[in-house]
Ligand binder design. Sequence first.
Ligand code: 5RP
Length: 220
Amino acid sequence: MNQDLKKENSAKEAFNLIEPKLRKDSVIGIGTGSTTNFFIQELNEAKIQIKGVVCSSNASEDLIDNSYDKFSLNEVHAIDFYIDGADEFNDRKELIKGGGGALTREKILAYSSDQFICIVDESKHVGLLGEFPLPIEVIELARSAVSRELMKMGGKPIYRNGFITDNGNQIIDIHNLPIEVPYELEAKINNIPGVVENGIFANRKADTIICAKANSIEII
Ligand code: 5RP
């Protein structure tokens, strides 16, 4: 089974899991990426009666069917379910996200949600986070200064050339960074002036991980 099919299965499972719990006033948070796009497909086809959606990126918002009301986070009281993919997850349901560059809004939506359901295929499972380069959103003028701090921590920063986030900032991807205690490193990196957000999701980790394998789906 190819990876796209697994991503699609995971997204379908998430939709089937939440659909019976949705009410007319429910708000769904929508992540970003190819796995989330399969979830958007399900949502668009189902045309269910909910209050609406809050999206973590302009790209996802563009894909949502116009039958759904699209809100900013400021316009809703809470997000009932936040559905998003990940670049890596560990057994504690801690994640690395931001491969698509939407990590800041993704983290805000995840933090504001009652239930964060992460949809992945088995290739995203790791023992220790950090094989995937850690994305960090930075204010442009702080890019080199932040990079130097990350080098002191043992990482190798690579500037994501030509990429601008939906917030108008830049991304540096940190290779070979040892992420032994994700919760601590998440806070430490965010303490560097000029860092907008980093892609470690440990403070607000996933509540549920739906992991599609070749012949089964594991719900963690
Ligand atoms: C975007 C993300 C994505 O969730 C992550 O990159 C996974 O993407 P995909 O579902 O395409 O494998 O964090 O910022």
